[in-house]
Structure formats: C-alpha cells, structure tokens
Write a protein that binds this ligand. Sequence first.
Ligand code: PGA
Length: 251
Amino acid sequence: MSRLPIIAGNWKMNNTVKETKALLTELLPLVKDAACEIVICVPYTSIAAAKKLMRGTNVKLGAENVHWAEKGAFTGEISADMLKELKVAYVIIGHSERRQYFGETDETVNKRVKAALSRKLKPIICVGETLAERESGRTDEVVIGQTKGAFDGIAKRELKNIVIAYEPVWAIGTGRTATADDADNTIAVIRKAVKKLYGSAAAEDIRIQYGGSMNAKNADELMAKPNIDGGLIGGASLKAVDFAKIVSAAK
Ligand code: PGA
C-alpha cells in the first residue's frame, strides 16, 4: 500500500495571531522529521502569520472552509481565489460543525469542493454519522450518501487532490472515540463507495483520515488499521506536544 499518511490539525475557532505564532513556534521543530504529510488548518485571520512561520518547513497550510462563488455579495464568506493568493494548500469542506450549525448540505459541500479544485486547493471532505443515525443502524447509508453527494460531477483525475475525513459526529470533541475496528470498518465502507464511483485503483489510492477525539493515546491503535490513512485532529491539535505525538504515530 502506498498511501502517504496525512495528519491534519483543525484549529476551529481557536488561536489569535499572537497565539498562532506561539503554538507554531513550539510545534514546527517537534514535527520536522515526520514520516507523514502534515497540514494545519487555521482560522482565516491566522493564515498570513501561519504561512510566514511555515515557510521552508514540512508543514502545509490549510483553511477551514471556502465559498463556492468566485466573488460577490456573500457577506462574511471567503473565496478560493482569496485562499490561493495566501498560498493555502488544503481546505476542510463539510465539517460536521458546518453541517450542524451553518446549514451545510451535501449539495453545498459539492459546490465548495468544485470551487476549491478549480483553484488547485486540496479539499479535505468530512463525512460522518450522528449518534441517532448510528443507533438506528444507518451509519453506512449516511456516509455513502455524503460521499456520493460530495463527489457528484468530480472527475476521476481530481481524486489524487482530495482527502476524505471520516468523523463520526458523536466522537467529535466528546472524548468518545470510535473503536479502531469500527473506524476502520466504516472507512472501508467509504472506500467501497469511492470504488463504485471511480473504480478499484482510485479507491485504493484515495487517503481517508479518521477524526473524532483522536489523541496522543489512541493514535497508535487507530493508525495501525489498514484503512486509516491519518487523522483530522481538533482538540489535540491545540497542544504542540500532543499533536507531535499523533504525527509520530503516522508512519
Ligand atoms: P476533535 O475534533 O479531535 O476535537 O474531536 C476533530 C474535528 O472536529 O475535526
């Protein structure tokens, strides 16, 4: 298997510019010899400062959302061109918090993915079931539906530029992690959905992360699973030492 693991931090609405500088100054030396790809997704206001500190390092810059329109009357939104100009490489799309609190749907996720790809930003597409969906046995149906929705109209050649993050909603920020086996099984279901859309080679190649209370303690077990190609890390990405430990679990 030749998939390079990818560990991405999702800072969410945390860290002022001053805090961004302090955290990255501590973190960057700790992860400089990593055997995986590393991305830190920061709030828009921290992008410029983060980029400056990341220059010449092995850490890539990510944003946490992008609008689908090129420009226009969308107060409070940020376009793909704006992110590209600031040399952002990755962008999280369809995070469950966006779906839950900001009305994100499979359709808007798909539009954002297309906008990102059109400007050569690499989407990290989030999918995952809620607790109610899991308890009613609908996990597979939900993640398959979200995957199909996100990839609607996306050309096969773009797949190498896309990462999927499987994040069970009930595990995000709750301290409750999916068991490594459950995470691996659901990621296998997502991989199968990609196979159905794009064929076996594409499904074998696409990187799928786990996210949801992944931390320094459980990273080794999760990363040992054959289908798990990395992590999307929220809370633990705010502590340099913890994030570095997760990075070292990804080989
Ligand atoms: P968490 O968040 O690691 O704090 O659970 C993960 C995410 O929401 O991306």
